[in-house]
Design a protein around this ligand. Structure first.
Ligand code: GLC
Length: 531
């Protein structure tokens, strides 16, 4: 808890992706009772809160991000009673619970979308979504040039009640995920009621899926040529992302969150490339936090990381919000693979844990799991893979069920030994059970680092850091009182001058003859200085 008494300002969140965390009933898919059983793992790891990815009733066209009933629990994951038990148990262990909410779209099986299909063009039922007539003489062309994030056009044509080819509806993701019309007041009030439903059940907050996408530019104009890549889009505005009116929605949500006691929060999943645009989501009357994707995208490069850290701290402090740091989630390749090695991922971890603000971890990173790159095509389930005809590998490789212990064929994931995606044989050496006994393991490093982050007076909080001079390819900063973080992002060892007492390092640090230390390549170290 930071000095302001606001638990979330420097909290460490742990993302639980329920289908891959722990399976209690043996169907090969993780579930809520499985999460309950494994909550002690999170308490012992030393995180403050968990964020649960969607568990709602869903046809699972996008692993549950296609929600058919936003107030329930899919039988695959358990029951509402299981959910209540999870919240109670987590709270009893001192863990807060944040849940995903998916407001940009529903499932095509949501009662509203079924009603829209059964109703004529121009009806109230259709106006909850974005139905439009097509272009061209017979309306046979999509209404505009927008493309789906999962490939192909962002529009699908429906058949009207009389069987004739009809209107088109917008889906920025899969066709099974029709976009809602956030200019419709009924949509707005429905989501306020959904927030209350879960707040009343005791959740501590929400992670808002595609938070930057809810409002589309009036008239749905063509997007034109979309710049390639993340940086290319830095200064480009697309008519479906990050529209100014989206902020009114979150002002309304904030008022609801503030009505409840106990500091309920919301964090935006907003893929906007610049920290300034991200900070707009965390102005004092809006959301509490936003995921720092510019940091995740910075790679393992000292100059780029320093620039993103500075821009993030500046932007966050200007609006009075805590910065956040994130290296992994269920949508991106796991950090050891993305950054080019476990040594780099662990160095990146100690770096982010030393920064002011809040940190988001993704399940399995505490075990040092790599991306599974060789999943057979016939087990892959991500719509990105399926809709691109296999040209894009998709996100299944970071969603492989966790290895818990030596038990059975699925390494303790499921009592029947099945797992919905096959686990690599090499993970037998990486089970939580094996690592907990080994002080040199990744899990032990995570536990020690998280404990130090809680206990050291300079860590936590969301205040300032002071950069120190350091050689090319390294980063060094100080936080008061008495803490220095020194990271070597190069391949070669660097000799650091005597700094103080070593608190922790992501790889063994040797003494140098002059009282200094030798920091191996791709290593971050924490030091206690002064006093
Ligand atoms: C978010 C989720 C991702 C999902 C998409 C559509 O980006 O993190 O998993 O596919 O939204 O809901």
């Amino acid at each position: 808890m930071d000095a302001t008494g606001q638990w979330w300002r420097d909290a460490v969140f742990y993302q639980v992706y329920p289908r891959s965390f722990a399976d209690s009933d043996g169907d090969g898919v993780g579930d809520l009772p499985g999460v309950v059983e494994r909550l002690p793992h999170l308490r012992d790891l030393g995180v403050d809160a968990l964020w649960l990815s969607p568990f709602y009733p869903s046809p699972m066209a996008d692993a549950g991000y296609d929600v058919a009933d936003p107030r329930g629990v899919d039988p695959l994951f358990g029951t509402l009673a299981d959910f209540d038990r999870l919240v109670d148990r987590a709270h009893a262990l001192g863990l807060r619970v944040v849940i995903d909410i998916v407001p940009n779209h529903t499932s095509h099986e949501h009662a509203w979308f079924r009603a829209a299909l059964a109703s004529p063009p121009g009806s109230c039922e259709r106006s909850r979504y974005l139905f439009r007539d097509g272009r061209g003489a017979d309306g046979g062309e999509p209404p505009n040039d927008w493309t789906s994030q999962f490939g192909g056009p962002a529009w699908t044509r429906v058949r009207e009640a009389d069987g004739s080819p009809g209107q088109w509806y917008l889906h920025l993701y899969a066709p099974e995920q029709p976009d809602l019309n956030w200019r419709n007041l009924e949509v707005r009030s429905e989501y306020l009621s959904i927030l209350r439903h879960w707040l009343d059940r005791g959740v501590d907050g929400f992670r808002i899926d595609v938070a930057h996408g809810l409002l589309k530019a009036v008239g749905l104009p063509d997007a034109g040529t979309v710049p390639q890549g993340w940086e290319g889009r830095m200064h480009h505005r697309l008519p479906y992302w990050d529209q100014p009116e989206v902020h009114d929605v979150y002002r309304g949500w904030r008022r609801v969150l503030d009505e409840y006691g106990g500091q309920r929060i919301a964090v935006a999943e907003a893929w906007v490339p610049h920290p300034d645009r991200l900070a707009a989501y965390t102005r004092p009357d809006e959301l509490h936090q936003a995921f720092n994707f510019p940091y995740l995208m910075a790679g393992w490069d000292a100059g780029r990381i320093r620039a993103v850290v500075d821009a993030s701290l500046d932007a966050a402090h200007r609006v009075g919000a805590p910065p956040t740091w994130v290296l992994a989630n269920h949508d991106v390749p796991r950090a050891p693979t993305r950054l080019g090695g476990l040594d780099r991922a662990l160095a990146a971890l100690l770096l982010e844990l030393a920064l002011p603000g809040s940190v988001y971890l993704y399940q399995g990173e505490e075990l040092g799991l790599e991306e599974v790159v060789d999943l057979p095509d016939d087990v892959r389930q991500d719509p990105v893979f399926l809709r691109s005809g296999g040209t894009l590998r998709g996100r299944d490789g970071c969603r492989v069920p966790l290895p818990w212990s030596a038990d059975g064929a699925s390494m303790g994931f499921s009592p029947n030994g099945r797992a919905w995606l096959p686990q690599p044989a090499g993970w037998r050496a990486l089970t939580a059970e094996a690592q907990v006994r080994d002080p040199a393991s990744t899990l032990s490093l995570y536990r020690r680092a998280l404990r130090l982050r809680r206990e050291h007076p300079a860590l936590g909080g969301d205040g300032v850091l002071t950069w120190l001079q350091s050689p090319e390819g390294t980063l060094a900063f100080e936080r008061a009182p008495g803490f220095v973080c020194f990271a070597n992002l190069t391949d070669a060892p660097v000799t650091v001058p005597p700094i103080g007492a070593l608190l922790e390092a992501s790889a063994p640090v040797d003494a140098a003859p002059d009282g200094g230390h030798v920091l191996p390549g791709h290593t971050t170290s924490w030091w206690s200085v002064g006093g």
